[in-house]
Design a protein around this ligand. Sequence first.
Ligand code: CA
Length: 294
Amino acid sequence: MIRAPNSDSMGEEAFYLWNAVCKLGLLMRSITFLSAAFLLVAGFGAPVEAAQCGNNSGGFNAWKAAFAQEAANAGVGQRGLNALAQAQYASGTISADRNQKSFKYTLSKFMQVRGADTIVAQGRKRKARDAAFYQSLEARFGVPAGVIIAIHGMETGFGGFMGDSAVVSAITTLAYDCRRSDFFKPHAIGALKLVDTGAITGSTKGAKHGELGHTQFLPGNALRYGIDANGDGRVDFYNQADALASTANFLRQKGWQPGKGYGEGQTNFAVIKQWNAAGVYQKAIAIMAARIDG
Ligand SMILES: [Ca+2]
């Protein structure tokens, strides 16, 4: 049977779709309301309107139905659309987003708080232990080991903690939330396309803003810069080789110049700025990288 949607969460658009679903009820017995809504939107040419953002969970289901049309138009396939249908409003992501603290530390305080000395010490060991791998990254992308290792250490403690929020739910919730919808929508589309390719599933976990894997790529960047470095045919941001090669690829595509310096004021420092917008973060990466490479 088709389950009636929760009236509390039904917007005008969802109501329209629900009526249409009821008319087609005999056809739709075995599928859920949302799947039916997606089929109508994607398959039967229902009117297209931009998905309406919201500031709480109330409009999320109606938004998902409308966003499915935008996603389909952007090339998202059935697996991605199914993951969207199953996405849950991520309250934890929204409270984290509302309470985000800006980087107000001085550089030395920031480096202390983030454990820069430990990252450098561990990073030097990692570089020595896996020298051939980091040399292959530099040969292919031009980015020295220290930069990749410093980012890896800073983002997840070398893969020690990669997050516990469902990526598709987190990123679609941020795309729905009115605050920064335009910024997150392309990443939501990216996440759904990653589901299409098999790089992630609807239940893959990441950080609060949907960042993925060892170096915490936002999904749109993951889709664009992802590399299958271990040759298993799949881009997997939870595989260290894939994630680090993808990070080097990101930096190269953003203009990294092999052989040029990356310290503050040098050519490649501008590329480090593309990785993270916070000034203290950028400087900390450059300093730690030089200590790892030195
Ligand atoms: Ca792979």
